[in-house]
Design a protein around this ligand. Sequence first.
Ligand code: AMP
Ligand code: GLY
Length: 426
Amino acid sequence: MKILILGSGGREHAFAWKIAQSNHCEELFVAPGNAGTAQIATNIALGVNDFEAIANFATEKKIDLILVGPEAPLVAGIADYFAANEQLQHIKIIGPNKQGAILEGSKDFSKNFMRKYNIPTAQSQTFTKDTLEEGLAYLATQNTPIVLKADGLAAGKGVIISETLEHAQATLKEMLVDAKFGDASARVVIEEFLQGIEMSSFVITDGNDYCLLPEAKDYKRIGEKDTGLNTGGMGAVSPVPFAKGDFMQKVEDQVIRPTIEGLKAEGIQYIGFIFFGLMNVGGNPYVIEYNARMGDPETEVVLPRVKSDLVELLIATADNKLQDYTLELDPRTAATVMLVSGGYPESYEKGKTMTGFDQAQDVILFHAGTKTNDTGETVTNGGRVIALTGFGNDIPQALDKSKAAAEQISFEGKYYRKDIGLDLLN
Ligand code: AMP
Ligand code: GLY
């Protein structure tokens, strides 16, 4: 098979790494990719939202399967674009159509969906500019902290947690009236704050059945002990010690299956990954958000734990044959530590020379913001630079490997968190 992966982060390098190991993979392309994907696949300089250019490339290269990494092309309808064209219909797309991607693309939609199908989630109400006064009054009836969420995609920045009523009311006005997040905050979901431990659960579905992938916990804050600004994710571990037995049974019975059944009942044909952002509230799972894709950096610990051939799983998904599929897993613990540019998630410089790759032993290197410059050096090219995944019999062992490798790789301004996963030990 000829396969094209869309995206350029650590998630896409992890997909490329896993797919390149499959006997079913004849040729692998990544658009646009990074310095890591260039070592195992052919990078193609195409934007992930340029459907026409992607379609032309896919036709020319006789691509059989496209795996869509990030959410933006899904929400913009890449699967619909391919389905609408007779010359492109034979290409298998891993990623939902526009109707399915709305689970991530509209928080208001996903809240209504969860209410309709009795999927546990925080209580909420949605407001617009026209109902601002009701929104301000509603806030006054709620406890703090309180969560305000822009309805649409806001590059991971659209969720604001307010500690006081005054801050919440001011934020609501900024979002609705001053369009703080542009069109994305034309509607704002005001949501009850849930106290608990977060984790991410993942499935791939063919629209009828699903295959449960390993769960993970990611670490979004820049600072150790979960302090400071939110980032795209500073590291992750899998498995999550509490995600077993009764709790996982509830996740499947109360969250995953009702979601798949709900999509079917809505007439939404969903082919692709679903990422359930969950909060464990006293042993019960609540959905914080849906994503229509895999997580980053969660993928960098999930895929290394998958022993099965990923291309076989993707084909089974596209061909609606997940019913009989069983996934083989590595029981060991994987931890990944993300090296980031100094200053991230605020402003940072790019183009810093990276060294020490050969010394980073006993880990899998997943490049994120890297590129090869004109003189052939690997340089930084983003805030999140590279994820280093180590294995162990437990979290400390796996983390030690990642951290040892993190010490070996050098670039000016390098920063990483040394406490990934440690909160889960008790
Ligand atoms: P999101 O951008 O949807 O991933 O949300 C960002 C973060 O906000 C989540 O990872 C949670 O830590 C937090 N969050 C979102 N919704 C809630 C909620 N209802 N209660 C507590 N924390 C929340
Ligand atoms: N790591 C969180 C996400 O991918 O949304």
